[in-house]
Design a binder for this molecule. Sequence first.
Ligand code: BGC
Length: 395
Amino acid sequence: MTEQITLPTAPGFLWGASTAAHQIEGGNVNSDWWAKEHVPGTLCAESSGDAVDSYHRYPEDVRLLADAGLNAYRFSVEWARIEPAEGEISRAQLAHYRRMIDVCLAAGVTPVVTLLHFTLPRWFAERGGWFAPDAVDTFSRYVETVTQILGDVRHVVTINEPNITSMMLGASRRTNLDAAGLAAPDQAASEVQATAHRRAVEILHGLGHVRAGWTVANQVFQAAPGAEAARDAYAYPREDFFLEVARGDDFVGVQSYLRTIIGTDGEPVPFGDDVERTLTGWEYYPQALGEALEYTHRITGGVPMIVTENGMATADDARRIDYTRGALESMARAMAGGCRIEGYLHWSLLDNYEWMSGFAPTFGLIAVDRTTFERTPKPSLAWLGDVARTGKLPA
Ligand code: BGC
């Protein structure tokens, strides 16, 4: 039985979808991920190649989002394009991202701009990336550079999922996102990203109009019977540390897909065979979103939240709608319970390049033909647009 719930509507609430540059633009040849994809014996399923050519087709992508009734688009600007060699700033690439902002604003779409979504310029990665002695200064200079195009942008995400980055680096500084799983995070990487984030927030606040935050991957760590202490110990360096850094920020981005049950041995309990899995192999568990919001609310002490990612990889769009309905019902319960939530941005606007797994796991509200790049909105796009307009979950 579906609950009858009421959600806030656009324009007061951000209703939209998210993407990340490397996953949709194509040809991100100066980034460390491109290098990882092309190294002999790479563990990446395939090259990101042209991705879905959103670098050229973003006006159409923004138009499809706006036509559906959505009013917010989260995308990332690509450091590897803006600063292809250390200290060499591409005016043309800055102008490109400024045009993206303009296209959003002209369509009545609020841009939510992410400064760093996993990919680093190759030159920075080769110098050690977050382990480089001057990592914070280097990142801060990049943030200063991007402020030139943020004149009328209100929402800026500094770093996407620093906790996943720390776990990837913790997996013996391997380059394999999937294999990194939930590896013990590298605490030095966590701390340097926290410092970089705080500096970035200061720089962005210098503009006077920007609301800044970072996004955290919320795993909804649950304790198996008797495993409460083990769960807390597991969660702290992987999640709570990053949520504590967000205390005092203007917002925190909540990114939720699944839950993780921790056993008394302090390790994740594998799912049973009877559990429905998505194309990424994750458990189908839509209520994770509400639980992630309630947890984030508690650990940050009530910092306003934006759902900056939530969705499922599936070839069955009706199941995507079911998942999103379940997630939004749980979000409504979290709001009724006192959580301050300013927006819901679905992952993802487009079927895209899912890192190590390549193009197979489809998260998009819009399908893309990878040969012609033709876009075909799925029913879930119109469904989400209806929610944004009416505040009701359509049957
Ligand atoms: C990331 C996205 C990714 C998504 C689904 C998040 O961890 O920010 O880049 O595609 O989850 O795996």
